[in-house]
Design a protein around this ligand. Structure first.
Ligand SMILES: [Zn+2]
Length: 237
């Protein structure tokens, strides 16, 4: 089975489908002209019988499992779905949406918001640990989609920033480069490395090659001035 991204359009909105073979495992709604994209998407796209889990994202590594659902919005940056009739919603603009899914067999999904802090703190590992404890998941037979998010071409941080310093001490040299007083981080490469360290084979991982900041025409980019707008990742089974 091969994971891939396929451009699509849902309810008149530009989207990317996260596909495994021919099955849609998740959908990312891209840049659009709506004032409240998530509200519109949840109303237009999601079956009203479904529960929706949409945490307040705080750049941490708390994972919610199967709830609580709207209108409750506890803090969290990851959602593990083990039940049907439930939708997980993660919002991003430069930060990386990451979807991890079962292949064949009992379905489950793990949707993550892996921004700079979440990636440095390895939210992928936090999510997969909970999936392992609750479901005994086999990472060798799991699949992952990374991005789109801000690439190493554009994601520079001040060298003297405490989080930049922490990151440089935590991660390997191949995931950042220093140019004067700016450090450029390769977050998609680091997320891919984290997934492989946890046992997901490289051929089961796909990373979107586009940078959200370079491709402002297509994506919302926080650093390009889209402070409130977010792209929305939905997954369910
Ligand atoms: Zn870029």
């Amino acid at each position: 089975m091969i994971p891939r991204f396929v451009e699509s359009s849902i309810a008149g909105l530009p989207a990317m489908d996260l596909i495994l073979d021919e099955e849609v495992k998740g959908r990312l709604f891209l840049k659009n002209d709506l004032l409240s994209p998530q509200k519109y998407i949840l109303e237009k796209v999601v079956d009203p019988r479904y529960r929706i889990i949409s945490p307040l994202q705080v750049h941490g590594n708390v994972i919610l499992t199967d709830g609580p659902s709207l209108p409750d919005r506890p803090e969290g940056d990851g959602i593990l779905l083990t039940k049907g009739d439930t939708v997980a919603s993660i919002q991003v603009a430069d930060c990386f949406p990451v979807l991890i899914s079962s292949g064949a067999g009992t379905p489950w999904r793990l949707a993550l918001h892996s921004g700079f802090k979440g990636t440095i703190e390895n939210i992928v590992a936090s999510g997969l640990e909970i999936a392992r404890v609750k479901l005994n998941v086999d990472t060798k037979n799991s699949f992952a989609w990374i991005g789109p998010g801000i690439g190493p071409c554009c994601y520079g941080r001040k060298l003297d920033d405490p989080w930049t310093q922490k990151a440089m001490k935590t991660i390997g040299y191949k995931f950042f480069s220093v140019d004067g007083n700016v450090v450029f981080f390769d977050l998609p490469c680091l997320i891919c490395h984290q997934l492989m360290e946890l046992g997901i084979p490289s051929e089961n991982i796909v990373s979107c090659p586009d940078c959200t900041s370079c491709r402002e025409d297509k994506f919302f980019s926080y650093r390009k001035g889209w402070q409130k707008e977010r792209m929305v990742l939905l997954t369910y089974f």
